[in-house]
Ligand binder design. Structure first.
Ligand code: ADP
Ligand code: ASP
Ligand code: MG
Length: 407
């Protein structure tokens, strides 16, 4: 008998019919002799709907109240799932974040899990009851409702699996595993049987929506066996593993893309010490995350400073920098919020040279201009115009021999 934590995503619980299907799937695991602890997302589209509702009231709603609003999506889903399980003769009980208790810090909208009380969950499991936990939500030190950031139910599930020392954490979703690229963008993408934590963490952090980055971080840290698989079909899915040392590593394991990026350039800035901190200081003080940074100095002693932020932060970052531009006497402040980032990831890059050149060649062949580049030991990222995103992913996918057989 194994203890399995299963997380069901929005599409998996998107309709009453699907919720019934998920309940049947859980019953099958129980009949096979396993203990199951469930984590659920909100029904698909619900979190977006609630988010839009809050922003309809005022442009910038209070973060604390937005968390109360957004967390309600999961409350509906866990109640429906517990009702469906009970109707099948399986005792089930819903748990909201505070009932677990899922303790987080107080950073509304992007809270981090700090501690999970397992007592109530263990008691339910021992009594033969299936706990159905609301993903994505927690409780702050002062008792406020918090949320973990979009896609955060994956992290709830892995954290619960770690706290319960579960035998496996299954992320049950609308794809049957982790692919070499988002199958919605590259239909020739192939499912990977296994992928290392390190690569998966890069892919997730660079935009692969299939797993929330912090869930991979948790799984690596607490050695939780993590599997991504389909809710709707049987199959092995993809197992996230420790690095295999004996296997022939492909140079590139996968491609990630992120559309929600924007670029800001302050040009013609007098090149004196402290410029970078004068430009980025106010941006980070406003909790705006900066991703890539490029600085170039021309022969005239003036410097151009470019960096990227999430598209949602674009207008606020520009607002913050207008007075900074005046103060520094910079020539111009410009931005572009229709860029995208494409990245190749692979541990095999450590032992192979020339990966960047092959990636750049593949883009050049399609006449795609590279605007920014950043690299680390196992990844290369480029910023391009968003309209070339699909073309770029497909060109790079082909270049590195990742295309699977047409299905
Ligand atoms: P859920 O609602 O179940 O959490 P998500 O929409 O968050 O599902 O994540 C699943 C989606 O992630 C897939 O439908 C797919 O389009 C996308 N995706 C992006 N990159 C990948 C990848 N490398 N492999 C598989 N799916 C990916
Ligand atoms: N419902 C939340 C979202 O849409 C959390 C999740 O689905 O993981 O972001
Ligand atoms: Mg998700």
């Amino acid at each position: 008998m194994a203890l399995i934590v299963q997380k069901y995503g929005g599409t998996s619980v998107g309709t009453v019919e699907r919720i019934r299907g998920v309940a049947d799937r859980i019953v099958r695991y129980r009949e096979a002799g396993h203990q199951v602890c469930v984590v659920s997302s909100a029904m698909s589209g619900e979190t977006n709907r609630l988010d839009a509702l809050g922003k309809e009231v005022v442009e910038r709603p209070l973060a604390r109240e937005m968390d109360v609003l957004l967390a309600s999506g999961e409350q509906v889903a866990v109640a429906l799932l517990a009702i469906a399980l009970t109707a099948r003769g399986v005792p089930a009980q819903s748990f909201l974040g505070f009932q677990v208790a899922m303790r987080t810090d107080a950073a509304h909208g992007r809270a981090r899990i700090e501690q999970i009380d397992t007592q109530a969950l263990r008691a339910a499991l021992e009594a033969g009851t299936v706990p159905v936990i609301a993903g994505f939500q927690g409780v702050s030190p002062t008792g406020a409702v918090t949320t973990l950031g979009r896609g955060g139910s994956d992290t709830t599930a892995v954290a619960v699996a770690a706290a319960l020392s579960a035998d496996e954490c299954e992320i049950c979703t609308d794809v049957d595993g982790v692919y070499t690229a988002d199958p919605r963008v590259e239909p020739k993408a192939r499912r990977l049987g296994t992928i290392t934590f390190e690569e998966m963490l890069e892919l997730a952090s660079l935009g692969s929506k299939v797993l929330h980055p912090r869930s991979v971080e948790f799984a690596g840290k607490y050695q939780v066996p993590l599997r991504v698989l389909s809710t709707f079909e049987d199959g092995e899915g993809t197992l996230i593993t420790m690095e295999q040392d004996n296997m022939e590593q492909p140079v590139v394991s996968g491609i990630a893309h992120a559309r929600d990026e924007a670029k800001i350039t302050m040009s013609g800035v007098p090149d004196i010490p402290g410029v970078a901190s004068k430009i980025l200081g106010p941006v980070s003080a406003a909790q705006i995350e900066v991703d890539m940074i490029v600085q170039n100095t021309g022969a005239d002693g003036l410097t151009d400073f470019t960096f990227t932020v999430k598209r949602a932060d674009y207008e606020s970052a520009l607002d913050l920098l207008r007075p900074v531009r005046e103060k520094l006497g910079a020539r111009a402040l410009e931005g572009d919020n229709s860029i995208a980032k494409v990245s190749v990831v692979g541990v095999g890059m450590r032992s192979h040279a020339g990966v960047a050149t092959r990636m750049f060649d593949a883009l050049a062949e399609e006449n795609i201009n590279i605007q920014m580049i950043s690299t680390s030991e196992i990844k290369i990222s480029v910023v391009i115009a968003e309209r070339y995103l699909e073309l770029a992913v497909r060109a790079i996918h082909g270049e590195f021999g990742l295309d699977g057989k047409p299905s």
